[in-house]
Design a protein around this ligand. Structure first.
Ligand code: SDX
Length: 430
């Protein structure tokens, strides 16, 4: 860490020196860990708009330039040339695998796609109309009840096998949440199929006939998983890190991340976008919708627009928008909602309201249109996001656990409640 520091001059004339550290990319950070002990004050940053919660080597985002790097590799290159499993290796281990390393990794993932037969029974405890994300939160958390042999988070082998199990089992758990919702029989994974292909067959296949994987659909889904794999310290990843800082097991931490992702301000936005497009109906309503989004008195927001970090195009949205045209053309689908989404984007990006606030389409704005085109129902969209993001959550969890000075996350607060007062018996209260 560098010798640079910032000085804080206090009211009593004292001066507190705060070390400043540079990253390899992005803003420097001011180390405030000794601020309270030396100055008796906290910093105040609800929502963490200007707070670096950790040091990380995994993903870099430049929100002003619309740049996203996984371990230094641009998302555009990975989306075009890589596969989700190769990106999983990259995010977890920090380097692209050699052919031999990748073969070993793929073999391990393939060997862990099945889930304990006892876990199948958990599905029957849910109502048939349970949201698939509710099932994911429950079943993924329940995995910790089946792997007592490998929950020592300080054991590198336990950490690795848990990571591989989660990456491998998420498609099975997700596909079965779809099957349960539709009352169809569960299909077991096939070791002959790739990652996205396996998910498609377990989701859309039926025992009565062979399932033919459409390569265009499989490629599009694999690319969706790559684009959702990681995104720095977003809300769900921060949840996983905070849960992990208490020493909780990885299955419980990932379940917490799934719960956070479900919110419509986060990963639930892809489902909210499709519901919004359904409600808007046709392009004749675009102007009215944009007016509502700009009206401070109207709680309506243009879902899939805006981002805490990107103040330029979300590079993932650009890739997905381009993929929309290719996938829909290839499948011979003419979806008016793609035209509607593009008209909304075109109109919004000309409005001062959106320009001043630097609101652009984010990853969720177009992803639902592709997911719908490949047959994924709307209530499974956020499950798809969770499936892709699992490796990001795990990679950050592993990075945090291995930190030498890892401490439990425990923020403080600005207290503005009542000062101390004495208890009053109920007979004397007014
Ligand atoms: C994801 O963090 C990540 O990296 C997340 C993610 C990932 O990969 O993990 O990228 C995935 O969660 C993408 C975001 C998906 N959510 C949505 O699309 C929901 C709609 N968007 C918003 O709710 C909002 O833009 C957020 C939550 C995404 C970001 O919120 P911020 O950064 O806290 O910004 P804000 O709510 O303070 O808004 C700033 C201004 C406000 O107006 P003013 O009070 O200044 O007048 O912009 C307005 C907001 O009202 N605004 C919007 C808007 N988003 C922000 N106005 C209309 N429509 C919108 N979508």
């Amino acid at each position: 860490m560098s010798e640079e520091s910032y000085s804080l001059h206090l009211e009593d004339g004292k001066q507190v020196k705060l070390p400043v550290y540079p990253g390899t990319l992005g803003p420097k950070v001011v180390d405030i860990r000794k601020l309270y002990s030396q100055a008796g004050v906290f910093t105040f940053d609800p929502g963490f708009l200007a707070t670096a919660s950790c040091e990380s080597k995994i993903t870099f985002i430049d929100g002003e330039k619309g740049v996203l790097l996984y371990r230094g590799y641009p998302i555009e290159q990975l989306a075009e040339h890589s596969s989700h499993l190769e990106v999983c290796y990259l995010l977890m281990y920090g380097e692209l695998p050699t052919a031999e390393q990748f073969a070993g990794f793929r073999e391990s993932i393939t060997r862990h796609t099945m889930i304990h037969e006892g876990l199948k029974n958990f599905y029957n405890g849910f109502r048939r109309d349970a949201h698939p994300m509710a099932v994911m939160v429950g079943v993924v958390g329940a995995l910790s009840a089946f792997y007592h042999d490998s929950l020592d988070i300080h054991n590198p082998e336990h950490r690795e096998i848990s990571a591989h199990r989660l990456i491998a089992k998420m498609p099975t758990i997700a596909a079965w949440s779809y099957k349960f919702f539709h009352g169809q029989p569960f299909l077991y994974p096939s070791n002959k199929l790739g990652y996205a292909e396996n998910f498609l067959r377990m989701t859309f296949g039926v025992p009565a006939e062979e399932y033919e994987v459409n390569p265009v659909v499989a490629k599009a889904l694999d690319q969706i998983f790559i684009l959702h794999a990681d995104h720095e310290q977003n809300a769900s990843t921060s949840t996983v890190r905070l849960a992990g800082s208490s020493g909780a097991n990885p299955f419980a931490c990932i379940s917490a991340g799934i719960g956070t992702l479900w919110g419509p301000a986060h990963g639930g936005a892809n489902e909210a976008v499709l519901k919004m497009l359904d409600q808007i109906g046709g392009i004749e309503n675009v102007d009215t919708v944009i007016d509502r989004a700009e009206d401070a008195d109207d709680p309506f927001r243009l879902m899939g627009f805006g981002h805490r970090v990107y103040k330029n195009f979300d590079p993932r949205a650009v890739i997905i928008r381009d993929a929309c045209h290719k996938v829909l053309d290839s499948l011979g689908i003419d979806d008016p909602q793609l035209e509607l989404a593009m008209r909304l984007e075109e109109k919004a990006l000309k409005e001062d309201y959106f320009i001043e606030r630097k609101l652009y389409p984010n990853v969720d704005f177009y992803s639902g249109i592709i997911l719908k085109a490949i047959g994924i129902p709307t209530n499974m969209f956020t499950v798809m996001f969770a499936l892709g993001r699992t490796v990001g959550w795990i990679s950050h969890w592993m990075e945090m656990i291995k930190e030498k000075d890892s401490v439990i996350g425990r923020p403080r607060q600005l207290y503005t409640g009542p000062t101390e007062r004495d208890y009053q018996p109920i007979t004397s209260r007014r």
